[in-house]
Design a protein around this ligand. Structure first.
Ligand code: DP6
Length: 322
């Protein structure tokens, strides 16, 4: 099965676009990470994963017909021929099933390329803006499968709250999509510490295939997820923050261990990253229950409960709650 086959199973034959489509999708942070594919073209994961939505942080996208493809991100023109531009327009034309030119205006409320999953909210917003532009009527499964074809983690950004991406077993990936786990947990906090908004050097797609191909340690990763995913799911349902935090932090560090063991090595951390992790551990030793998670970049996300708001803000004055 190809991405075009999946498109044709889920969407009607190509038609003329409407006047304009607009949508917002939240970014998401994985508590149990997706790292490694079983099918590159369909972006089918080796394992399931589980994330929490970042609510107001995400991507708003407007798409309208145009004479030629044009892309504006945060008010600045980006060439449709750039790497990011090509990836987005290839995806939009895949969804169209043809090549009507489009003008895309996208606004991110998160730094791009800094390991804050901005591609997740962008591709999810793209599916929903195209749905509005073409008047499709999709359910969340179809939205999730289509968003996955743009970027794996985008399939989790079509739902709010705590979301699981089922790895599925269908070779075409028709069962590999997001499902809701629980709506937002009012006391649960995620804050993003932007330590560096520099573009990451190796993107997730390349990073995960390099890890799979060159790190013998990666063989242990599916076993790690097999243990962590049900634990985190249960912890969300039981509102067992200690189990959730411990498992999420260990899961993120285990993923980074596989990255570091790749060749050439993938060391996404900057000195501030390590300093922040030590600070988190020192806070825990003082009795403030806060945990850390990291994606394919230098930034650290803090996980804690409302009762620790003041202590976390005192320790990390730049912490931006989401
Ligand atoms: C470390 O979804 O960006 O953030 O499917 O190749 O587009 P592609 O990768 P992407 O990978 C995200 C990896 C991660 C972990 C996660 O979000 O689960």
């Amino acid at each position: 099965m190809t991405p075009e086959n999946v498109r044709n199973l889920l969407l009607p034959p190509p038609t003329e676009p409407g006047a304009r489509g607009e949508a917002f999708a939240s970014a998401n942070i994985a508590l149990c990470k997706y790292w490694g594919k079983r099918d590159e073209a369909l972006k089918l994961p080796l394992t399931g994963s589980l994330s929490v939505s970042l609510g107001k942080l995400g991507t708003r996208m407007r798409i309208s017909p145009a004479d030629r493809d044009a892309l504006v991100i945060n008010g600045g023109d980006i060439s449709p021929e750039s790497k990011a531009g090509k990836r987005l327009f290839d995806f939009l034309h895949l969804l169209q099933g043809t090549r009507y030119s489009l003008r895309v205006e996208s606004e991110n409320t998160i730094p791009m390329g800094a390991g804050l999953a901005s591609s997740a909210s962008a591709f999810a917003a793209a599916v929903m803006a195209m749905e509005a532009l073409y008047g499709w009527d999709l359910d969340y499964r179809a939205r999730s499968i289509l968003a996955r074809l743009g970027s794996g983690s985008a399939c989790r950004s079509v739902l709010p709250g705590f979301v699981e991406w089922k790895a599925g077993s269908d070779p075409g990936g028709m069962d590999s999509h997001a499902v809701p786990v629980a709506p937002v947990w009012p006391e649960f906090r995620v804050t993003v510490l932007t330590l560096s908004d520099a573009e990451k050097t190796v993107g997730s797609t390349e990073g995960m295939s390099r890890t799979r191909d060159t790190a013998p340690l990666f063989a242990a990763w599916p076993t790690q997820v097999e243990r962590d995913l049900p634990r985190i799911r249960r912890a969300v349902l039981d509102r067992d923050f200690t189990t959730l935090g411990q498992t999420a932090e260990q899961n993120a560090l285990a993923m980074h261990a596989t990255m570091i063991a790749a060749w050439p090595p993938l060391i996404y951390w900057q000195p501030e990253t390590l300093a922040t992790l030590h600070k988190v551990h020192a806070l825990r030793a003082e009795g403030v229950e806060v945990y850390a998670t990291l994606d394919a970049g230098p930034n650290v996300k803090l996980l804690y409960l409302r009762e620790s708001d003041a202590a976390v803000l005192a320790a990390f004055p730049t912490a931006a709650e989401v």
